[in-house]
Ligand binder design. Sequence first.
Ligand SMILES: Nc1ncnc2c1ncn2[C@@H]1O[C@H](COP(=O)(O)OP(=O)(O)OP(=O)(O)O)[C@@H](O)[C@H]1O
Length: 434
Amino acid sequence: MTDLTPREIVSELDRFIIGQGDAKRAVAVALRNRWRRKQLPDDLRDEVYPKNILMIGPTGVGKTEISRRLAKLARAPFIKVEATKFTEVGYVGRDVEQIVRDLVDAAIAMTREHMREDVKAAAHHNAEERVIDAIAGTDARDGTRDMFRRKLKTGELDNTMIELDVADTSNPLPMFDIPGQPGGNMGMLNLGELFGKMGGRTQRRKMTVAESYEVLIGEEADKLLDDEAVKTAALEAVEQNGIVFLDEIDKVCARSDARGGDVSREGVQRDLLPLIEGTTVSTKHGPVKTDHILFIASGAFHIAKPSDLLPELQGRLPIRVNLRALTEKDFVRILTETDNALTRQYTALMATEEVTVTFTDDGIAALARIAAEVNQSIENIGARRLYTVMERVFEDLSFSAPDQPGQAVTVDAGFVDQHLGELTKSTDLSRYVL
Ligand SMILES: Nc1ncnc2c1ncn2[C@@H]1O[C@H](COP(=O)(O)OP(=O)(O)OP(=O)(O)O)[C@@H](O)[C@H]1O
């Protein structure tokens, strides 16, 4: 749970997503409302339900990204599901409650990770003791241990090789072939189970002190984590903080112009309704109430309209926001301004090969223009087009970079044109590679 104000939430989202102000505001308010609800007295708190959101906009313009970043900011369990999944052959009748079960699984992983962070200090101490055991032996005197502890702190021992028994995660089910029985698994021994009863399989490994820390801290943190506590916290996080992103909701509309309607699609909406209205789902970790889970439904609504959704569902998605198609100008900003901008990513990746990449303004303008053109001439897939365009521009360099350490590459309009020029002239060709 975060106590950021809507303004602060929007400015955090601004670091990763260009434009789409209305959608950012809507999710920021939804998150703040959760915080407000928490401040209420118990009896009132239970009465306040989340106001779910319907995001309307073409593909690849930031709908999922905004929701995912919001969840991360709020440390909220998050899951993305495609509503159409429930209409697919083989999935017919697949129970939508699985969404909540998957959300619980995601929450358990997330909670474990967060709690791991919290127990790290204690884990660090335990890991240090194990390293000292390995260097000095378990029967060393206190004075000797203190001396090593000081040396550890200064990093003096970082490169010392030690041997340690660590949990073996390499192969949970070892197979043993019986000689003379090629490929036969008659002799399969479930050592995992055997050792499991003895408290986990271990493996003796040689490594430096510096390397051992990461391994040991992870192990020690897991020992300190109580599964029951993780589960309880995860279930609480799902009920109070969970966010479900329901994509392609427009595709489960029985279109008003399709005669007879489409029973299976409308069926999906009917199935989803109780989840959104609030119900209790049983999971292997215990019952989960869905009343306060935030649902963000999304769709392009090119053909169907929000008014084609079941009336009950429309009522449960009261906040409507439109996201606009992205322009060439947006692409320039997406390429340069966000914290995770592709230009930054490629520069950093190439730097690992000691190749220095610099983008010029006209290079970036060319990338944005080409992405916008291909979107227009083939299919508008929004910002996702930037990924394919960038990958193509860097194809040669990605391959050859390790051969030329020390090289400096300037990505200007000429470079972009040289690597993409031919492709963009032929729609047929770019259909396949861009
Ligand atoms: N406005 C934006 N600013 C920065 N990056 C964006 C923006 N829109 C999309 N992207 C990037 O494009 C990719 C696809 O975006 P996203 O997953 O949000 O699409 P979407 O709108 O949810 O589409 P769909 O409904 O098809 O899933 C993401 O990697 C995201 O980072």
